[in-house]
Design a protein around this ligand. Sequence first.
Ligand code: ZN
Length: 111
Amino acid sequence: MKIECPCCQSDLIDTKNYGKKTGGAVGAVAGAAAGAAGASTGAEIGATAGMIAGPVGIAIGGITGAILGGLLGGAAGCATGSAVGEVIDENILDNYYCRTCGHSFSCKRNQ
Ligand SMILES: [Zn+2]
């Protein structure tokens, strides 16, 4: 889709994506925090599974479960935050910037 500046009809348009970037970062932090909460559950599951292999298995299983819980939470949160941020970019912020005249404007997709 070709986007033109509403002021000067230039097609040298940049997207700012502030919301997407911010949302992704915030989502990653929030997701990691939620993942950390889930990490203790992951650690328990890992430790339980590791019991089969004895004390060493419990330790390794617990650590692996905790790390996986944190990582998965962070990745999921980042994806969710980016998606939310994109919606904010599209609907609330002036996400487009004209490099010819410096005008910022919003332009909904599929128009
Ligand atoms: Zn312009």
